[in-house]
Design a protein around this ligand. Structure first.
Ligand SMILES: [Zn+2]
Length: 316
């Protein structure tokens, strides 16, 4: 009987659960409403039910030997405690790993979603074969997970990887964190829109002028860029450069081999990545044996399940 590892991606609205082989193949998966408002015991029961169901059907030829779980929140990974999570009302200092272990009689490992995604890409995705890498998730926020020596680097109290709040500009734009000049203020979804709005007057012929500035989204700017709008193209060039400044500093500090970029905004893909890559080459000290490359994440929507399962694999 081959072993499988259960990967759980616990979100505010849904839970994605999958059984993953040691080669990274998903042999069974389910998606259920998360019910976090009903409390932790309810959620633990739901996960137990799904596991039981999978073990009786698609996964019945396999033996489940561990469970990994990723949560969007502040996690004490060593103690398996979810300290707090914005989308989980009432959940504070929840010993989630211990509760699951009691119920399922399996070793359980817990971490935050950024670290889980990074480990998944490192084990089975675009970062495979690179023991020193960082995964950057671009969306409204800019999250990151660091893999050093093939392992998640969590820092002194689990707060490592806050790439989005590295300062890239003195007295720069106001960031959601309340500080000035952070990467996120330039590369996050709002930063991209702001980049367009700030440059609108310099491009009187831009199609972006037809959009309501109140509801302009990065997706709109991307669509116009694809059609060749000069302002839209400039926005992604500038945003990419700002990303490259940040990544260059990280390379100089940590001698990484790869950056894996995922998340909603990463759909802008090549536009953003080419510009970031160029700036990174300029900012990074020329001391590497191989060029540091920025590549797109490859696990897509499976990343939560596969990443969480790889967390369980790493714990054994
Ligand atoms: Zn910030």
């Amino acid at each position: 009987m081959e072993n499988v590892f259960c990967g759980v991606d616990l979100g505010g609205t849904t839970i994605n659960i999958g059984m993953v082989s040691p080669h990274g193949d998903i042999v069974a998966k389910r998606k259920i409403p998360s019910g976090v408002k009903k409390g932790v015991d309810y959620v633990v029961d739901q996960i137990d039910k799904v596991l039981y169901e999978c073990n009786g059907s698609e996964a019945k030829e396999y033996k489940t030997v561990g469970l990994g779980i990723g949560v969007a929140g502040l996690v004490d990974a060593n103690r398996g405690i979810l300290k707090e999570a914005t989308n989980f009302p009432g959940w504070r200092n929840v010993p989630l790993a211990a509760k699951l272990e009691d119920k399922l009689q399996l070793p359980v490992t817990l971490d935050n979603d950024a670290n889980v995604a990074a480990l998944g890409e490192n084990s089975f995705g675009a970062g495979r074969g690179h023991a020193h890498m960082m995964m950057v998730t671009l969306g409204t926020g800019v999250g990151a997970g660091l893999i050093l020596d093939g392992m998640i680097y969590r820092g002194a109290w689990g707060a490592a990887g806050e790439f989005g709040h590295i300062t890239i500009k003195k007295d720069g734009r106001l960031c959601a964190c309340g500080r000035l000049g952070c990467v996120e203020a330039y590369v996050g979804a709002n930063g991209i829109v702001q980049e367009a709005l700030e440059n609108l007057d310099n491009y009187p012929g831009s199609t972006l002028r037809h959009y309501d500035p109140e509801v302009l989204m990065p997706k709109d700017i991307y669509n116009e860029a694809v059609k060749g709008d000069e302002l839209a193209l400039t926005v992604f060039k500038n945003v990419g450069e700002n990303l490259g400044y940040g990544l260059g500093s990280v390379v100089n500090l940590l001698n990484l081999q790869r950056f894996v970029v995922g998340g909603g905004v990463a759909l802008a893909g090549d536009l953003l990545i080419n510009s970031a890559q160029e700036k990174l080459r300029e900012v990074a000290l020329n001391n590497s044996e191989e060029p540091v490359r920025i590549i797109k994440a490859s696990l897509g929507e499976q990343s939560g399940i596969v990443g969480a399962a790889s967390l369980a694999m790493a714990a054994i």
